[in-house]
Design a protein around this ligand. Structure first.
Ligand SMILES: [Zn+2]
Ligand SMILES: [Zn+2]
Length: 348
């Protein structure tokens, strides 16, 4: 199948229906100004924003919720009602899937609580999806922008990090990436996303009040590009299903647009006439697979096979592979992670 349509979007967004400072119209205007085509708003334990779900001048607004107990936050997607956050983690995940939804483990590797944020860690990494896990797809928020920034904040650096936010960002933690690779290598299909966790918190500072950070700015950071075989449908329910299916199948990649504009990415594995791309499963067969990538910019590209760097290059890669089960790309600009893809899977 050809996936010729690419749509940038952002997920993990809060509004005034929970602890965000922006109303739906403000958030929608900011997303459009940032060039996004879809957003997923996930207020804490609330679907009060549902009436706003739908198309808004070329922007698809999807409204779901973040199950938000003391720890173990979970973006619950595709549900008609709010899930009780007072249940044990495994139980609320099971409920999401029993009701036909799916979800994303949010900011799993938080380690720090400070004056800006609490520590909302994913406590038990043995819990990573519904039971039985079977072929259900689960997501991990590999990189949460505001969580990353908040974890690096101290009273000494807060003004510098406010004015130069990139100084407070270090990307996904190695533990998160290793967990993700492990799950996929075991055949427990797990797709990766980048989340903005936008709240635009209003903070008092000596010169008045600031927003940390404005929605418009956040929507120019971690952007998820979903690949579709058809354009997004004019019917919002169908279009929402298209975005959700692409995410669940791992047909997406993430770009930190702070480090550079979005590229036209190409990432394929081929054998003879067969050609596969991210999110695809390739049946293992004798003979090598040819992996080719072009990230569309002069970035340092790495091919990661089963969690290890197999090869690297500038902008392009071309590598013949015989073993391995999970292949994905990472690209860096100026030493900073700029792009990462979901995997191509070799199965059987
Ligand atoms: Zn959260
Ligand atoms: Zn959140």
């Amino acid at each position: 199948m050809r996936y010729s349509f690419v749509y940038p979007g952002a997920l993990h967004i809060h509004t005034t229906y929970s602890d965000g400072s922006g109303t739906f119209p403000q958030v929608i205007a900011a997303a459009r100004a940032a060039g996004l085509r879809w957003i997923i708003i996930t207020d804490h334990d609330s679907l009060a924003g549902r009436p706003y779900a739908g198309w808004h001048d070329g922007l698809l607004v999807i409204v779901d919720h973040e199950i938000s107990p003391e720890r173990n936050h979970f973006l619950a997607l595709g549900l008609a009602k709010v899930v009780d956050n007072g249940q044990p983690t495994q139980q609320f995940i099971n409920e999401v899937y029993a009701n036909g939804g799916f979800g994303i483990i949010a900011h799993p590797d938080e380690r720090v609580a400070n004056s800006f944020k609490g520590c909302y860690r994913w406590d038990d990494w043995a819990v990573h999806g519904p039971q039985p896990r079977a072929s259900h797809s689960v997501g991990i928020e590999l990189w949460n922008l505001m969580s990353d920034w908040g974890e690096h904040l101290t009273s000494a650096n807060c003004y510098v990090h406010f004015f130069v936010p990139t100084l407070g960002l270090s990307g996904p933690t190695p533990a998160t990436m290793a967990w993700w690779d492990r799950l996929n290598m075991r055949g427990q299909r797990t797709f990766g996303v980048g989340g903005v966790d936008a709240h635009a918190f209003k903070q008092r500072v000596p010169w008045g009040e600031v927003e940390v950070f404005p929605y418009r700015w956040l929507f120019g950071t971690l952007t998820n590009y979903v690949l579709l075989a058809e354009p997004l449908h004019t019917d919002a329910t169908t279009a929402t299903q298209q975005v959700y299916t692409a995410l669940a199948e791992g047909r997406s990649y993430v770009v930190n647009r702070l480090e550079g504009a979005a590229p036209a990415l190409s990432f394929t594995a081929s054998r003879g006439d067969e050609c596969y791309t991210l999110g695809d499963s390739v049946a293992s067969a004798p003979g090598p697979l040819l992996i080719e990538a072009d990230v569309g910019a002069n970035a340092y590209v790495r091919l990661i096979a089963d969690g290890k760097v197999l090869t690297s290059g500038v902008r392009h890669l071309r590598q013949s592979v015989v073993a391995g089960t999970v292949y994905r790309l990472e690209a860096y600009i100026g030493g900073k992670l700029w792009l990462f893809t979901n995997p191509i899977y070799v199965t059987g």
